[in-house]
Design a protein around this ligand. Structure first.
Ligand code: PA5
Length: 340
């Protein structure tokens, strides 16, 4: 399904349909035998890495399997034969991911790929690595439904976690029924963020990747800076710096992301922080996840953030689609490779 004729806003609104499609697509993919693995390391960059963060957040208090995202050329010493290595690249041509994948193959660990094609698909085919092929033609960050859901369903099929199909159905249904209201809320929120620095704070480990997603989406879609961090750790360092340097004073807008998994003491900390740092920000916003399951709750705030980034792009008068600087950097890096 090509995304070129659709706007970023339409793509963001289409997240529930994409998630449902991804679940169906992954159920038929050939993944090999289920085995009991050790840790899961997912290599990917940018829009292809966030799915791993979301899985990590979801598993945090549900599944006793450590999932981490690897955003580098090299693999850590801890990656051994007992681990599962997943290479995720939407384009299949991201050099950091290709490098890490080659090193993982040399380590001899079990591997899996998620991509729409490119060099990664070719390399995986040559080495007989199971590959989930997802539809191409989208900006990678607009393929979150494919990238995240295929990873989650694949981990379930490989025996690493329970089936999330009921939670997925709930998340899809909730997002489809609430998206119009979330779009209106996104408009209201975006109007508070124009010419301001959004400071997005997660308050539970389920929401850490959501704050990260907000930051990346505001960077790439609205083409502006955004900061993300997490409570309660913020209270032990960042609290001291809030509002400085002085050109930022009263320009920051703290956005607290809350969930029923937020510890009551952390919620109390948020209120005290706002009081203690008054004068170091303009206004604060509190947002609460919706839904029953962790998956639905997490995705409710992901989708709201995606919509905020599109609305902020509109208010800033920028096109959310192109990421010219990323493209230019990739072009320069490819050129330097050819010149070697
Ligand atoms: O949003 C983007 O375009 C980037 O963050 C890309 O996802 C990133 O550069 C990695 O590319 P790919 O997802 O194709 O591996």
């Amino acid at each position: 399904m090509a995304g070129n004729s659709r706007t970023m806003l339409e793509l963001a609104l289409g997240l529930p349909e994409q998630m449902a499609e991804a679940a169906a697509l992954c159920r038929c993919a050939e993944l090999g035998e289920p085995v009991n693995y050790g840790p899961v390391l997912v290599a990917g960059m940018g829009g292809s890495a966030i799915g791993a963060d979301l899985v990590r957040g979801l598993f945090w208090d549900e599944v006793p399997v450590a999932v981490s995202a690897l955003r580098d050329y090299r693999v850590p010493a801890s990656l051994g034969k007992d681990g599962l290595f997943v290479a995720v690249s939407y384009s299949g041509n991201t050099e950091e991911t290709l490098s890490a994948f080659s090193l993982a193959l040399k380590r001899g660990c079990r591997t899996l790929c998620i991509t729409s094609g490119g060099a990664l698909a070719g390399l995986a085919a040559r080495h007989g690595v199971p590959t989930i092929l997802i539809p191409g033609g989208l900006p990678p960050r607009a393929a979150l439904g494919y990238l995240f859901v295929t990873l989650l369903v694949a981990l379930g099929r490989l025996g690493l976690c329970r089936s999330y199909s009921r939670d997925l159905s709930e998340a899809v249904g909730l997002a489809a029924s609430r998206r119009d209201e979330w779009q209106r809320e996104a408009r209201r929120l975006a109007s508070k963020l124009v010419d301001r620095l959004p400071l997005v704070y997660s308050t539970s480990r389920l929401l850490d990747p959501v704050a990260e997603r907000w930051r990346c989406q505001i960077n790439e879609n609205a083409k502006t800076m955004c900061h993300s961090s997490f409570f309660p750790e913020h209270n032990h360092n960042e609290i001291v710096g809030m509002g400085e340097p002085c050109f930022m004073t009263r320009k920051g807008v703290p956005i607290g992301l809350f969930d029923k998994s937020t510890h009551p003491r952390t919620a109390l900390r948020w209120r005290h922080v706002l009081a203690v740092t008054r004068g170091g920000y303009e206004r604060a916003v509190e947002l609460r996840s919706e839904g029953r399951s962790g998956l639905a709750r997490m995705l409710s705030l992901v989708m709201l953030g995606d919509l905020v980034s599109c609305e902020l792009a509109r208010l800033r008068g920028v096109d959310p689609m192109p990421v010219a600087r990323i493209d230019e950097l990739k072009r320069r890096m490819a050129q330097s490779r050819r010149q070697k």
